[in-house]
Design a protein around this ligand. Structure first.
Ligand code: HEC
Length: 453
């Protein structure tokens, strides 16, 4: 049994590859259908001759998948696997002078072995396969460059930059639409929400906003895009994604920095730095539902969930606080604060903190781990959830900013503003995997599935 298996495997790797179905369907069948001057088409005869081709139904110009498979099986029998270049499928329609056989009742269609159509048949007989087609849905990590005019697109499988979104000067926030076909980016320079087509990475439309924007999020059904307006008196603009129009400015308390749709999609949560207030908008009505004022400016937030998916807590970073607070969503009260560790002997960074010693949070998709950045000490720190035990401190570089975790939860990506890199850290080993060079002052980032078809 084992010996037979080895023998079969050995043959497969030493000898020619078996003729490939996809290659036959995409490349060989067009040769069998093509009209060559002075010759009847292969298909014209071989519907009635061996090797058979399936009849073309009702004026069809080609075959469906099932018919193609039948054609494939019939024509594969005229390939000689042990010596592909001697296959009847190659020698029968080839001129004798070029090494073809004596006679084919269908004629000699190809005068030389250099004929491109004959070379296609030969490639198939040798077992050539189609070049792998680009997958239509891909996971990408997007890193905006806060002092630049672009956004870097990274493939998390290789951690290489695979594209760039250009022509957005001072991009602030960004989010991928739930269907993966668009990227919404807030444009501080133009005061617009820019709709970027995922396939081309080009700006397709710019929608005017009621004031200078900060961050952005999208409803789970993709219908509404919420933009935080960072000018007094403060608002959250609601953009109808299908119509591509700004339909409403929800008045909230204070200029808005960050805005998030909760994991269950029921609320949009906006934070104000000057008014120290969290404003919660009901996404069913797009009306303000409740507010909560804390002791300091509201910075990045993240959300823990109950077993039913509803929001349990808001994890929130605050102005001039080296850590994060927890707000109980049901009782609307702050219940806990966690201070990030001061690594012994390490000098505190005080330059360019922009009032925010900790400015970046992310929770793994399984809900078991929370990451926070420290701009004081150039690290990111991992905490277990729900018990909030410090697991590890991972140095990443100057001025770590936002964090994002792609859907598979393997890596966390940290924008390192001072080093112009995005650093990938393994969520299991908690080791730095790679520092990926990006653009000028990288800050907000996002990740998810992009559709390229
Ligand atoms: C005018 C009708 C006609 C056309 C056009 C035609 N054939 Fe044929 N073909 C035949 C007939 C009849 C036979 C059986 C007699 C023979 O082998 O010559 C045959 C036999 C074959 C065989 C079987 C050889 C074997 O060893 O038995 C192959 C392979 C083949 N043709 C390939 C092609 C290809 C490829 C084309 C187009 C490039 C083509 N034929 C075009 C009529 C045609």
């Amino acid at each position: 049994m084992a010996a037979t298996l080895l023998f079969v495997l050995g043959l497969g790797s030493l000898g020619a590859e078996a003729p490939d179905y996809e290659f036959f369907r995409e490349k060989v069948q067009p040769v069998l259908l093509a009209k060559r001057q002075g010759h009847a088409r292969c298909v014209a005869c071989h519907i009635h001759r061996i090797p058979p081709l399936q009849p073309l139904k009702n004026g069809a110009t080609g075959w469906n998948d099932e018919e193609s498979r039948q054609n494939f099986l019939a024509w594969k029998a005229f390939v000689t696997p042990a010596d592909p270049m001697k296959s009847p499928v190659l020698l029968h329609p080839l001129a004798e002078a070029a090494g073809g056989d004596r006679f084919h009742a269908g004629g000699k269609h190809f005068k030389s072995r250099e004929d491109p159509e004959w070379k296609t048949l030969a490639a198939w007989a040798r077992g050539e396969k189609l070049a792998p087609r680009a997958a239509s849905a891909v996971v990408r990590v997007l890193q905006s460059n806060a002092a630049g005019d672009d956004i870097h697109v990274v493939d998390p499988a290789t951690n290489e930059v695979v594209g760039k979104i250009e022509d957005i000067e001072v991009p602030h926030g960004l989010v991928i639409s739930p269907d993966g076909r668009r990227i919404y980016v807030t444009n501080e320079a133009r005061v617009t929400l820019d709709i970027v087509e995922a396939k081309s990475l080009r700006v397709a439309k710019r929608i005017p906003l009621s004031g200078r924007p900060n961050n952005v999020d999208v409803s789970k059904d993709g219908r509404f895009v919420y933009v935080g307006i960072a000018e007094a008196p403060g608002a959250v603009d609601v953009i109808d994604a299908n119509a591509g129009r700004n339909i409403k400015s929800v008045p909230v308390k204070g200029a808005i920095h960050n805005v998030y749709v909760t994991p269950d999609g029921k609320f949009t949560v906006a934070g104000s730095i000057p008014e120290k207030t969290i404003s919660v908008i009901d996404t069913a009505s797009n009306e303000l539902a409740w507010t909560l004022t804390l002791s300091a400016g509201i910075r990045p937030m993240a959300f823990t969930t109950n077993a039913d998916g509803s929001t349990k807590e808001i994890v929130v970073q605050l102005s001039d606080f080296h850590g994060f607070a927890l707000v109980d969503f049901a009782t609307r009260k702050e219940i806990r604060r966690v201070t990030l560790p001061d690594p012994p002997g390490q000098e505190k960074e005080t330059h360019g903190l922009q009032g925010s010693p900790a400015h970046g949070l992310a929770i793994t998709p399984d809900g078991r781990m929370l990451w926070s950045t420290s701009k004081y000490y150039d690290y990111i720190a991992a905490y277990s959830l729900p018990d909030l035990k410090l697991l590890k401190v991972v140095p990443v570089g100057h001025h770590p900013e936002w964090l994002t975790i792609p859907p598979d939860g393997k890596l966390v990506y940290c924008a390192v503003a001072g080093n112009e890199t995005m650093v990938a850290v393994d969520n299991r080993t908690m080791q730095v995997v790679k520092a990926i060079p990006v653009g000028a002052v990288p800050k907000r980032n996002a990740s998810g599935v992009l559709r390229l078809d």
